[in-house]
Design a protein around this ligand. Structure first.
Ligand SMILES: Cc1ncc(COP(=O)(O)O)c(C=O)c1O
Length: 388
């Protein structure tokens, strides 16, 4: 299939040379065969995916893929570290969620839905990416957001700025109601309410982490496999941050079935490793038929606790680490996921040295803005008045 850029440049050359009608017709067919973002295409799973595993039918192309992979000279780390930039999947769409949304929103479009519902914390990257991607597809985004102040305007910091910019409808829920009902039940309740108003909503859980969304990271392993082959590399280990488990579920299956021989290490930033193993077990059960169950996740990946003092809560040491990495490598980590995960990786490498490893940067940049008060003393200085 011709890429849009190739098709356009061939077209201009063709016009300049006075091409024949037949070749112009061929060109217009080539151009119309480039899928638009709102058009899903039949999904062809990587060849190593087991035949017994039911595959998603369709996939949208929303992310800027493949994301780059490059050397990352982390200070005081002996291992050769590479980084895969899933923080570069887009701008409004940036981060790991867009890979899951390519499958989830394809299903929403396929089912003729007119709106989407999902759920997360007040600064949810997933909700922001969902809102922007939904608007791209002409769907109305509804976000259920957990907050300590559901009666007040939630403001415009970080992800909220973008979610509100694209006109997402925000449904604010306090922590107690959230804990009592659970995020998924809240989605189902809202779905029911919207259906009664004649809407056709499509709902998916926090982080897009269900049996369909997880395919985004199974597919991502095919991308890593190709990059590894091109660079002539092999990684002893692959590290990444784990929040709701979908990234871990997809990567675990991808690494297991593909040709990659790397140990997979998830750094948990909210729940305990046991909770995550249970979550993966449940996603795997939903993905596979009972006649051909998927392996026990404990045999596929190591999950380490990297939560620190709590989900989305930063210690000064963590923020110092994020600053040091930014100032010595130019890579900006986020405080909630990739910062804690990268710090966890450095600790893990001290305990278990490895020659060459890959870190997947899952995004989250906008989460830094919420930490401005805590970051202020760490970022003081570095400026002078031109007129002084
Ligand atoms: C920036 C970022 N990194 C990592 C994660 C974790 O991914 P997952 O929810 O698939 O475990 C999330 C979301 O939870 C995220 O927003």
């Amino acid at each position: 299939m011709l890429s849009a850029a190739v098709a356009v440049s061939v077209f201009s050359i063709g016009v300049g040379l006075g091409v024949t009608l037949a070749s112009r017709r061929a060109l217009s067919i080539a151009r119309s065969s480039v899928p638009r973002a709102s058009e899903s295409t039949p999904y062809v799973a990587p060849p190593w995916t087991p035949a017994s595993l039911p595959k998603p039918q369709r996939r949208l192309r929303l992310g800027h893929l493949p994301t780059p992979m490059h050397r990352w000279q982390l200070p005081n780390v002996e291992a050769e570290v590479w980084i895969k930039r899933d923080d570069f999947t887009g701008s409004e769409f940036s981060g790991n969620k867009i890979r899951k949304l390519e499958f989830l929103l394809a299903a929403a479009v396929e089912q003729g839905c007119d709106s989407v519902i999902t759920v997360g914390g007040i600064q949810s990257n997933h909700c922001r990416a969902t809102a922007a991607a939904a608007r791209r597809l002409g769907l109305e985004p509804h976000l259920i957001l957990r907050t300590s102040r559901p009666e007040s305007d939630p403001g415009l910091i970080g992800n909220l700025m973008l979610s509100r910019m694209v006109g997402a409808q925000l449904h604010l829920v306090d922590g107690d109601t959230f804990a009592a009902k659970g995020g998924w039940q809240l989605c189902c309740d809202l779905k029911h309410r919207l259906e009664k108003q004649g809407r056709r909503p499509y709902a998916f859980p926090s982080g897009g982490s269900n049996s369909l969304g997880s395919w985004g990271y199974l597919q991502a392993i095919a991308e890593v496999e190709e990059q590894v082959a091109t660079e002539g590399l092999s990684f002893d280990r692959i590290y990444f941050g784990c929040g709701s488990g979908g990234t871990a579920a997809g990567l675990a299956l991808g690494v297991h079935y593909s040709s990659l021989q790397s140990e997979l290490v998830a750094l948990g930033v909210d729940d305990t490793p046991d909770d995550f193993y249970a979550k993966l077990t449940s996603i795997f059960a939903d993905m596979a038929p009972t006649s051909a169950p998927l392996p026990d996740p404990r045999t596929l990946l190591r999950i380490e606790d990297s939560v620190g003092i709590g989900y989305a809560q930063s210690t000064e040491a963590e923020l110092r680490f994020v600053r040091e990495v930014a100032q010595s490598t130019g890579v900006v980590l986020d405080p909630v996921y990739s910062g804690k995960a990268a710090m966890g990786m450095v600790g893990d490498l001290e305990r278990r040295p490895a020659a060459r490893v890959l870190f997947i940067h899952t995004g989250g940049l906008l989460g830094l803005y919420e930490k401005d008060t805590q970051l202020k003393p760490l970022l003081e200085g570095g400026w002078t008045s031109w007129n002084a």
